[in-house]
Design a protein around this ligand. Structure first.
Ligand SMILES: [Mg+2]
Length: 180
């Protein structure tokens, strides 16, 4: 039997039924920023991100951002959203993420990663032994550096999908309009 490359998949973070996280007893969602929450050149969180964060909070789930992007970009975004963050995360390497979790009193089994790239987010999850939801990039626009990763990510994802290695599809939320 081939091992799954990721545990779960979803179209986007906004498509996932909140009860899914509740049922996993998740304390925090560790989300990627660019193309998972917003497009890379969107400097302030869009309203659906703010609404999602509030909704998660009402369910005692913290939203946190872990990004490979630089401090200035991530800080600006995360501070407006009022969430904890780790910039320059060096995904897929696990060292900085694990330190970040530890400093926030979180264990690996209490969190779930969400990200749009197999090479960074997906590999990080494997390296750190943390559950992950792989999403589709929310926009085709991406930074130059990401563009190269994407050239590998796309065919890889296609192959994993074909082999049924993208894990379980997350239950879709029925009230998506609530976020818009
Ligand atoms: Mg991304």
């Amino acid at each position: 039997m081939k091992l799954n490359k990721v545990d779960y998949n979803a179209k986007s973070i906004f498509d996932i039924d909140i009860n899914f996280f509740v049922s996993l007893n998740i304390k925090a969602i560790i989300s990627d920023l660019d193309n998972t929450l917003d497009q890379f050149n969107v400097l302030r969180p869009s309203s659906r991100v703010v609404k999602l964060k509030d909704e998660l909070q009402q369910n005692q789930i913290q939203l946190m951002i872990v990004s490979n992007n630089h401090e200035k970009r991530v800080k600006q975004y995360a501070e407006v959203l009022n969430v904890k963050y780790l910039a320059n995360a060096r995904k897929p390497f696990k060292k900085r993420l694990l330190k970040f979790l530890e400093s926030n009193g979180l264990k690996a089994e209490e969190v779930i990663l969400i990200g749009d790239q197999l090479l960074t987010d997906g590999k990080l999850a494997r390296n750190a032994k943390i559950k992950i939801v792989l999403t589709e990039p929310i926009s085709k626009k991406e930074q130059f550096t990401t563009h190269f990763n994407r050239l590998i990510d796309r065919p890889l994802r296609k192959r994993y999908r074909k082999n049924g290695q993208l894990g379980i599809k997350c239950p879709v939320r029925k009230d998506q309009d609530k976020l818009f």
